[in-house]
Design a protein around this ligand. Sequence first.
Ligand SMILES: Cc1cc2nc3c(=O)[nH]c(=O)nc-3n(C[C@H](O)[C@H](O)[C@H](O)COP(=O)(O)OP(=O)(O)OC[C@H]3O[C@@H](n4cnc5c(N)ncnc54)[C@H](O)[C@@H]3O)c2cc1C
Length: 400
Amino acid sequence: MDQSRAVVIGGGIGGLTAAVALHQRGWDVTVLERAASLAPVGAGLGLAPNAQRALDVIGLGDAVRDLAAWQGEGGLRAPDGRWLNRMDGRVAAERFGGPLVLLHRATLVSLLTDALPATAVRTGTAATLTDPGTADGRPAVVTTPEGETEAGLVVAADGLRSATRGTLFPAHPGPRYAGYTTWRTIVPEPERPFPPHETWGRGRVWGTQPFKDGRVYAYAMTMTPAGGQAPHGEKAELTRLFGDWHDPVPRIIAAAESDRILRHDVYEMNTPLPAFHRGRVALLGDAAHAMQPSLAQGGNQAIEDAVVLAHHVGAGGPGRCAAALAGYSADRLPRTSAVVRRAARASRMAAVSSPAGAAVRDRLIAAASRFGPGLVLRGMDGIADWRPPGRTYASGTSRP
Ligand SMILES: Cc1cc2nc3c(=O)[nH]c(=O)nc-3n(C[C@H](O)[C@H](O)[C@H](O)COP(=O)(O)OP(=O)(O)OC[C@H]3O[C@@H](n4cnc5c(N)ncnc54)[C@H](O)[C@@H]3O)c2cc1C
């Protein structure tokens, strides 16, 4: 077995970042992705300075900051349009040592795939872990329709419904429904501009943020039982739920194309795994610690995982796997478990649905924001200011 062969199961953000980081450390990496293509549709991705610093480690931070919209002015509103809190991107950048940015997921995916050898990614290839191997002995084995592959390292980046997680930790209860569903869509640049905002109603949230190219990313959530589908289509459902909210919400809904509205129920792993590794396999991203999107950290944490994993395993080689993967788990498990808990707490604020509860919440936010934007940004302290191990970096040094 070639000790330096790494197989990544799953070509999402986490798997691709791990592939680039391992490739740069000298691993011979193959990414196996079951979908026919890597092109993600219809969604934006907020990247905080923590993930940007991880991307700096693999040389992609500046490209991301160049292609992304820097989140500046904007804030939190009520459905009637009142501002509950104003955001100043410069304050956030000072606090966390770099800007909060937004880009299309496809932009990050193409930056990552461009940083890999052309043959490294195999789409349309579902993979199954058939043997996790032993840390410093037997290789791991991954099976695809084409046959078996041995590997010195397997990265399980197969997402929320990770079959690999189930194989490695069969007693773990898996993700549980967080109580709400989400929609995401992208619409063309609107004729009349508007300030970016997130708006909190009673058990409902709407957010509208521009990309750098002028198109607009919109997302929404509502509390509802799992597995629902709108009887008259998701656009009609958005109109029913948000059609009387402040400008620009109704015109964004009007501009949305029905077949480009993504709807996903939200699940989280509120019971942490006992470890993020077993044998020669490392779990990362949603497979390891799916979280609620309230802090926009799921992908950010997957990116951190990938870079920390590559830091621990280094260039691989005999006798290193056990200590390296134990070090990876020890670094990542406590941090990501804390972020999962904080994301759940942040969601509870947005999910308040009684009129009295929402009124109290809104008054508290408005009062807190009078003491400065720092009070609201405090929710990201210890998360957005994270620094990757073992190197210096240059996050947020240049504005586009
Ligand atoms: C509404 C919403 C908004 C969000 N906004 C943000 C945000 O702004 N910022 C942020 O950081 N995060 C955000 N997230 C979270 C983020 O989307 C996820 O945390 C992130 O995509 C996880 O990446 P991943 O690579 O771990 O998993 P995924 O992106 O799910 O990738 C897993 C991949 O594995 C593949 N796969 C699965 N099984 C197999 C198999 N057997 N063989 C081969 N391939 C397989 C799948 O096809 C998939 O491509 C949001 C989530 C939601 C729901």
